[in-house]
Design a protein around this ligand. Structure first.
Ligand code: GLU
Ligand code: ZN
Length: 273
């Protein structure tokens, strides 16, 4: 049985999309739990407690203690140091407007969009990479360091050429100025530490996979297999999201749904009742 994980961010109550993600992780392997709370502003201990309660209510047990990303800054720092000492990172002081302006310069044509938004036009690549790793500034991975990539998605072999990575994904942020790390780096390091063999998560994160595979290669970490699952949608076909006031699991529970009925319903259809 592969080791899988459910990795919610404690920034609100779980909704049916989270329940489905946890069910998939639980169905396909031995589920581990990771609380993704690098965003200290939006993460709240009460949401973390509510997530654990909801998982228990759903009857989806996990193996071992939950990993909490806010306890893992030293591990992220060590990974960043390794990339920095190899000369693969550069500090970037651009804001969103600078990036859009540089990417939209007339000679550039229409700005290209990658998984993190506009593909970074390389403005700060020439910044000094000497000395100790700087803090308090965003760090980007020089995409030219990325090799040809290969991984499996849903059991199917996938590849991406180094040049495609550089052109369509580019120099991704691996440390945010405000967080000291970034989603892509934290997830890659944590999946390795938790011994994850099969990453299951929503299809909305599918485009992040080559970034994680690239980081695994540069950090000498094993590559798990990937399985991106379909998303739960509302009756209008929009995927559930906190900002759309997706009904929380607690709302269904209070309305008299049993966990068994709710799980059966989700297995049948990914349209929220
Ligand atoms: N923390 C992310 C979320 O709640 C999931 C990240 C992942 O599974 O890689 O959407
Ligand atoms: Zn920059």
């Amino acid at each position: 049985m592969p080791v899988t994980r459910f990795a919610p961010s404690p920034t609100g109550p779980l909704h049916l999309g989270h329940a489905w993600a946890a069910m998939v992780a639980h169905d396909l392997g031995e589920m581990h739990l990771r609380i993704e709370d690098i965003d200290r502003q939006r993460s709240k201990p009460e949401w973390e407690a509510a997530i654990l309660d909801d998982l228990r209510w759903l009857g989806l047990d996990w193996t071992g203690p939950a990993m909490r990303q806010s306890n893992r800054m030293a591990a992220y720092g060590a990974a960043l140091d390794r990339l920095w000492s190899a000369g693969l990172l550069f500090p970037c002081t651009c804001n969103r407007r600078d990036i859009l302006a540089a990417a939209s310069a007339p000679q550039e044509g229409a700005p290209l969009h990658g998984p993190d938004g506009v593909v970074y036009p390389g403005t700060c690549r020439g910044a000094s990479r000497a000395g100790p790793r700087p803090g308090g500034v965003a760090l980007r991975l020089d995409a030219r360091a990325v090799n040809d990539l290969a991984w499996t998605e849903g059991g199917t072999f996938r590849t991406m050429e180094a040049r495609t990575f550089a052109d369509t994904i580019g120099d991704v942020v691996v440390a945010r100025r405000d967080f000291g790390t970034a989603y892509h780096l934290a997830v890659t390091v944590d999946d390795a530490t938790q011994g994850i063999d099969l990453v299951t998560r929503g299809a909305d994160l599918g485009e992040a996979t080559p970034i994680h595979v690239a980081l695994q290669g540069l950090l000498g970490l094993p590559s798990p297999a990937y399985h991106h699952h379909d998303l739960v949608r509302n009756a209008a076909g929009r995927r559930l999201a906190k900002r759309d006031d997706a009904r929380s699991l607690a709302t269904y529970r209070d309305a008299g749904w049993s966990a068994t009925a709710l799980k059966a319903r989700l297995r049948e259809s990914r349209i929220a009742p």
